[in-house]
Design a protein around this ligand. Sequence first.
Ligand code: HEC
Length: 127
Amino acid sequence: MKNKIVIAIILSGLTALLFALKKGVFDQKEAVYAALKIPDIVDYNFHIKPILSDKCYTCHGPDATKRKANLRLDTEEEAYRELRENPGHFAIVSGKPNKSELYQRIISEDEALLMPPAEAKLFLNGS
Ligand code: HEC
C-alpha cells in the first residue's frame, strides 16, 4: 500500500516535470536565440545597426561627451578606420573577423576585454 502511494507521488511529479518541459518553463534564453535562423540576406540597417545602437552607441556612438576609446561605430568611415588608440588595428576589417577588434572584443572570454563591458550590463544574447 505504502509503495503504491510512493509510486503515485513519483509519477505525478514526473508528469508535472514533463508538462513543465513541454511548456518551455526551463528554456534558457540562449537556447531560444541559438534556434533562431541566420537570415539568408543580412541587412545592415535591419539586422546589425539595431544591435550596435542598443549595445554599443552609448560609448561608441554620436555623443562625443560619452565616447570611449575615441571609437565611433555609428559611421562607416569611423568604424573602418585605423583605431585611434590602437594604431595598426581596426574595429572592422571586411571579411576578416580575426583581424577585426570589434569581433574579437565581443567573443572574448577575458572580462577585461569583453564588449560591452560587464559593468554596462548590456548583453549580446538578446536580453
Ligand atoms: C559602457 C561603455 C561601453 C559600451 C556600451 C561598449 N564599449 Fe567598447 N569600449 C569601452 C571602453 C571604456 C573601451 C576602452 C577600454 C578597452 O579597450 O577595453 C572600449 C574599447 C572598445 C574597443 C577597442 C578600441 C581600441 O582602440 O582598441 C572596441 C573594438 C570596442 N570597444 C567595441 C565595442 C562594441 C562592438 C560594443 C558593443 C557591442 C561596445 N564596445 C560597447 C566602453 C564601452
